[in-house]
Design a protein around this ligand. Sequence first.
Ligand code: JFZ
Length: 340
Amino acid sequence: AKEKMSWWQDAKLGLFVHWGPYCLYGGVYNGYKQRRGGAEWIMNRCKIPVREYRAKATTFNPVHFNADSLVLMARNAGMKYIVFTTKHHDGFAMFQSEASPFNIVDYTSFHRDIVDEVVQACRRYQMKIGFYYSQSQDWCNAGGSTARKRMNEGWDNPDSVEIDEYTRVHGGAWDCLQYTVSFEDYFYRVALPQIRELLSRYGKDLGVIFFDTPQNITDKQAQDIMDELAKYPHIIVNDRLKRPNFPGDYKTPEGRVPAAKDVDGVYWETCMNIGSSWGYKSWEKNWKSSQEIIRNLITIAARGGNYLLNVGPDAMGNVPTQARHCLDELGDWLGRNGEA
Ligand code: JFZ
């Protein structure tokens, strides 16, 4: 067993937070409900032009956000770590960055460094912190990858027939601003420098890095990230940096509880929504009951895994009431049933 995994294996339960300017749409674009995929994908699903999405992002002003209450919410639910989206596929950094002006401090009038506030609050409450970072997909920084995979599904923007055609012949990109430089350029000018920024600021505190959707990245680029991480040997890395040569430290079956025989003897974590979307969805109807969540936790723990439960704060910085309520009930149950 790897020594660095011991706190993680004991933790069992964590909070996933998907938060960025996509929450301003809440799963609705021009009055049209985005049908497929999580609401954090709205820019891609509805083919929102880069300039338009960026302009929307400048209005991000979540004045109700309070990192202490987020961390306390997790703690009261019995959670031992938080994995926070420092940059999702839209490319917006929730931290100040020299590598791209498209970040919460330099691009909005909010100006507060949200990642820094979350890390500081985690320090105050002995909560372990992990960072989600989209290393390959980046829809607003030039050269970032744009999800070639789902091209043939059709898009959720009813007005997008022309955009669809453009997308089809441009490898998933829907805006000429996405193609002005190469992926190589994006990777070494934005992704790797931002990872360095996060590590140099918080490497000591960091428990986990959660990479995602490894398309486009080369083995050389993945290795360059691993070389940075080698300076912080205590940091745990998931299995989504680059397949198949970078298996990371644990497996991430998503949205489901795997069969016991499939996860025997491996480190694993299931991430799951309380609703049906990772990012905030204003018209969410499918909230899971706390009973379902508790049953999942028990099964996951019995099979030796971790449970990473997700919430998506809204434009003001509030966690939806239904999610909050579910976490309250989870914490109550753990309190009554032996959580130390
Ligand atoms: C990715 C993201 O695209 C999504 O927005 C969210 O952040 C989620 C946690 O991760 O989506 C995935 C990634 C992997 C799988 C499915 C969806 N998978 O392995 O089945």
